[in-house]
Design a protein. Sequence first.
Length: 120
Amino acid sequence: MTLTQRKAAIEQFNSDPKITVFLISLKAGGVALNLTEASRVFLMDLWWNPAVEEQAMDRIHRIGQHRPIRINRIIIEDSIESRILKLQEKKKALFDSAVECDVSALQRLTEDDLLFLFSN
């Protein structure tokens, strides 16, 4: 889809109440997009970096949003997505521990956690 086609599709979605679904990939939906007419997000292609998903979720949770929003993550048990979710949770916990400077949290970091954070 060209940039012009993308802009037209977004404008049509935002202005035509008959259009109720807007399909877009996680990476394409995470940048330069304002979908305040949307109220639901279904994440079906999880990303190893939780910030990428949060950015995509923020596309509908912006100034101008006038409806409650609902975000669903589709994760199949014992799948690559379930392992990605565990990786996201570990990365978030490591980040929170490092940034918050909580002494007890820092003391719980293992050598593997530190290598994960600071290795190439």
